[in-house]
Design a protein around this ligand. Sequence first.
Ligand code: ZN
Length: 160
Amino acid sequence: MQISANMVVSIDYTLTDDQGTVIDSSEGRDPLAYIQGVGNIIPGLERALEGKAKGDSLKVTIPPKDGYGERSDELTQQVPKHLFEGDTEIEAGMQFQTMSEHGPQVVTVVAVDDEHVTVDANHPLAGENLNFDVTVVDIRPASEEELEHGHVHGPEGHAH
Ligand code: ZN
């Protein structure tokens, strides 16, 4: 069986930046399971895995345009502090989920002063090359229900 559209693919992976720092890894966890061809994972990795078989290993460097995009200065903006409700003190490094015209978006607080909070809506990995070391652990056809939902269900079936 080979990886093609609408297959559920399980992979072990390690993601490093160009300095060799590990950004993310499935080590010590269950493999990552996703549906090929529906945009569950970044396009460059999906493309690199197309046609691969169970047991295959590959190393691939994905440029920003096929990963999380280039950084854009326009995505950094100052927001009046009073828009952040709640009792929590806002600090640099905090992340919030907001709704944008493109759907849910995570913004990172980069600076805070008395009146403003500066937020950066670039993906934390925007502008980075993504170096993946991937092993294909399993491949199976997605169920109709999984395709309808656009995501993988666990071995115990529907869990939400
Ligand atoms: Zn579901």
